[in-house]
Design a protein around this ligand. Structure first.
Ligand code: GAL
Length: 432
């Protein structure tokens, strides 16, 4: 249930065993998979919802057009927990895929194990340092070397709103947590489910982190979840975060059965729930369902987080292999991902915005344009924060400990906000 460290077991391997693994990655199966033209990439990812698949198709076709074969290694499950488990077992058996969707702190953990291809040659030739916002290039590097290529910028602190249901209930689109609770009460009184929420722990933490950002503000959010400052984690403001979080539960049709984030988005589209807290991959889903984001379904910053930007950066890392052809295909994939044309087409489908600021947003919907504007403003005002639920804020160990506390609290019959904040501080202290 709870997200565990994606590479936790791997990390415990001894260094010498790890080195042996890297060498044994050069399996004949991988080598024979190469075509006679530009080689082949086997790509592990978890983009299996409609909008996500459309985006993955853009990548596949861009590569195929250049003679690079695509071996699809898609593992269902939003947030990537299952994909990371599969990746770990493939790596441990000495047969990792050539490319994998890896992001945030996981890059440091895999980099430390020596699995990842150094991309400096492409990065230097194509001036990634100048091209990428510093907040992004920093994440892509392990010990100063590029080990991943960023695909997009997702904003996580969004609220998706069905305007018809709001109107039916006489509720106003909320711009603060207080206003949210007023609206939710009206919706509930009108017999409408105020908030759709899927069943995964990461989805609950998505809701939690938006409330945390509203209550703490960006400075204390970073102190708590990036710097792991005990007085923030166990302090009064964190108690308030838990208080607000649990107050939301009565407005959510809490699922006992498994439900994906995309099913929750569909509930908002089909008028079965009024709102969803979710990153803008939800927008890819709305677009795939023929809805116009910003009009049919509104996008507003999660209440109380206007002017702040919680980022989630998708990226691909490449696994070492001693075939020159294999390396060439990996470098071509890295190169392709940062081309302006790919950035446009991919992000139009995915719901995110390009990582390059020089890509035109003509034809992007109002939500993407608002996201790009918010990112730039947040860069200037230092109000960018990394997403906790998406593995951008802290190590997978600490993240798993936080997920445990937050989700146990959310499902507990006697949820006590003060105890939860103390538990949070203790759990982080022992996991770090
Ligand atoms: C995130 C990923 C997004 C989105 C989401 C739901 O982890 O970064 O691109 O696809 O999962 O699957």
């Amino acid at each position: 249930m709870i997200k565990k460290s994606p590479v936790g077991t791997v990390r415990k391997l001894t260094l010498s065993f790890t080195a042996a693994l890297v060498v044994s990655c050069l399996s004949p199966a991988v080598l024979s998979a190469e075509t006679d033209t530009g080689g082949e990439v086997e790509v592990l990812h978890w983009w299996t919802a409609k909008g996500e698949m459309n985006a993955a198709d853009v990548l596949q076709h861009s590569l195929e057009q250049q003679g690079i074969g695509w071996k699809n290694f898609a593992i269902a499950g939003g947030g990537g927990e299952s994909a990371m488990t599969v990746l770990k077992s493939r790596a441990v058996s000495g047969n990792p895929p050539s490319a994998a969707q890896l992001k945030g702190d996981d890059l440091q953990e895999w980099g430390m194990l020596g699995f990842l291809t150094n991309l400096n040659k492409v990065a230097d030739a194509e001036h990634w340092d100048q091209l990428l916002p510093p907040v992004i290039s920093r994440i892509m590097k392990y010990q100063g070397h590029y080990v991943a290529v960023p695909v997009n910028i997702h904003r996580v602190n969004w609220l998706w709103v069905n305007p018809n249901l709001m109107q039916q209930a006489g509720a106003t689109v909320p711009d603060s947590l207080d206003a949210f609770f007023v609206a939710a009460e009206k919706l509930k009184a009108a017999g409408i489910v105020p908030v759709a929420l899927g069943s995964d722990p990461w989805q609950e933490v998505t809701l939690f982190e938006s409330i945390a950002l509203a209550v703490l503000g960006p400075v204390d959010y970073r102190r708590a979840f990036v710097e792991l400052d005990m007085s923030q984690l166990g302090g009064d403001k964190m108690v308030e975060v838990f208080r607000r979080f649990i107050a939301m539960r009565q407005y959510i049709d809490v699922k006992t059965k498994a439900m994906e984030w995309s099913d929750a988005s569909a509930m908002v589209v089909h008028g079965e729930a009024a709102m969803q807290f979710m990153g803008d991959w939800a927008k890819g889903e709305l677009t795939a369902m023929g809805k116009l984001p910003g009009q049919d379904i509104l996008c507003i910053p999660a209440p109380g987080t206007q002017g702040y930007f919680t980022y989630n950066i998708d990226s691909f890392a490449f696994f070492k292999n001693n075939s020159a052809k294999h390396l060439k295909a990996q470098e071509m994939m890295a190169h392709t991902i940062l081309t302006p044309d790919f950035q446009r087409q991919f992000n139009l489908a995915k719901g995110s915005i390009p990582v390059r600021h020089d890509v035109s947003l003509a034809g992007f919907d109002p939500c993407s344009r608002a996201s790009a504007e918010a990112f730039k403003n947040s860069e200037v005002h230092n109000t960018l924060v990394p997403s906790l639920s998406q593995g951008l804020a802290t190590s997978s160990y600490v993240q798993a400990a936080i997920f445990d506390v937050v989700t146990d609290f959310f499902h507990s019959k006697n949820a006590d906000p003060e105890q939860a904040a103390h538990r949070l501080a203790r759990a982080v202290k022992s996991a770090r």
